[in-house]
Design a protein around this ligand. Structure first.
Ligand code: COI
Length: 351
């Protein structure tokens, strides 16, 4: 990789940020990484101040939505070392999404050297407060121009970061979706395409209007199989067994999802990766075997569900004193923040 050019900001915004009240993804660090693709090649990556981007209205991102992203986090431990969690999984998934959206794949050195240099430069932006982290947003979007419905000939890879607190506060109330779908066989549900998320906003708003926080996505064909929870993977605990759907064209291969499966197994919890139906869920609610439901994702980590709604009936989850959700969240976050051993070798030290 060519040398990384760095242009630093004149006046840091750091002092204006209240690290005790960050919210999620609302405040952005001083710098960003950019790297442009044109004439069939990725150019030299550069770090520049976080600033607006100038694009022609004819750029294909605006017309055909060629845009993908990743979600990662950087953590500080008590000695102020910086850690990433399974970053290679995000790198591989970014390029998997790229391929599906006909976007050129980003070379590994551009991604990793760029990310490490950015984290080094904006190191003071990584929060130290428990439950906070630096949320990292790698994106690739089409900058090439034209109204022809075909892949662009130019792209930008960009990494922006945002010191962030928790994504959700408290338990959520969800509605099982019976009409709309987030993905279909042969589609892009497995990819982190911006459009996947845009397409969720309208059905989610309808659920919010009915008093729920988010939607439980079911399969597009029958709406009988439970697939994802909002922008997260979903886990269901029946008695002492955790169940989550298999990844597919329609279900995102979540890094938190697969880590939770491994951690749960290592804790002696029985895990089944299999299809799970709405009918099974209702039956489990009725016979008392449904103990917990929770979403998993990088942003939210583990988000417990308090109530789910289906066909005008609300089903409350039992209020347990000790939950798998809190136990597994504790385990994954202690690995991420270097508070415990990492038997899986997932942690990646940055500095
Ligand atoms: C993440 O969990 O990091 C995601 O990418 C989901 C996003 C909608 C916040």
């Amino acid at each position: 990789m060519e040398t990384l050019k760095i242009t630093t900001i004149q006046h840091s915004k750091l002092k204006s940020v209240d690290f005790n009240n960050l919210g999620f993804g609302k405040t952005f660090s001083d710098h960003m990484l950019i790297c442009d693709y044109k004439n069939g090649n990725w150019g030299a990556p550069e770090i520049v101040p976080f600033q607006p981007i100038s694009l022609m209205p004819s750029s294909k991102i605006f017309h055909y939505g060629q845009s993908i992203f990743e979600g990662m986090k950087a953590y500080k431990d008590k000695d102020l070392n910086t850690w990433l969690f399974r970053p290679n999984e995000n790198f591989k998934r970014l390029n998997k999404s790229a391929k599906r959206l006909a976007i050129p794949e980003v070379p590994e050195p551009v991604f990793f050297n760029g990310l490490k240099a950015l984290l080094k430069l904006d190191n003071v932006w990584i929060p130290t407060k428990e439950g906070s982290s630096l949320y990292i947003r790698p994106i690739i979007f089409a900058t090439g121009e034209g109204f022809h419905a075909s892949p662009a000939d130019a792209y930008r890879f960009l990494i922006a970061t945002a010191p962030s607190g928790p994504y959700f506060s408290g338990k959520v109330k969800v509605l099982i979706e019976e009409k709309y779908s987030r993905s279909a066989n042969g589609g892009v549900g497995f990819a982190k395409a911006g459009g996947n998320y845009a397409a969720q906003f309208y059905p989610t708003q309808l659920a919010i209007d009915k008093g729920y926080n988010q939607v439980i996505w079911t399969d597009d064909n029958t709406h009988e199989y439970i697939e994802e929870a909002g922008a997260m993977n979903i886990f269901i605990r029946i008695n002492d067994t955790l169940i989550t759907g298999p990844t597919s064209d329609r279900i995102l291969d979540g890094v938190t999802r697969k880590s939770i499966i491994d951690i749960a197994k290592s804790e002696g919890i029985k895990v089944e990766v299999r299809k799970f139906t709405v009918s099974e869920l209702i039956e489990a609610s009725n016979n008392g075997s449904l103990k917990e439901m929770f979403g998993t994702g990088t942003a939210a980590v583990i988000s417990p569900i308090a109530v789910y709604g289906y066909k005008d009936t609300d089903y409350a989850l039992p209020k347990l004193e000790k939950t798998f959700a809190s136990r597994l969240k504790e385990r994954i976050t202690s690995i991420q923040t270097n508070k415990s051993e990492d038997p899986f070798n997932w942690r990646f030290k940055v500095n």
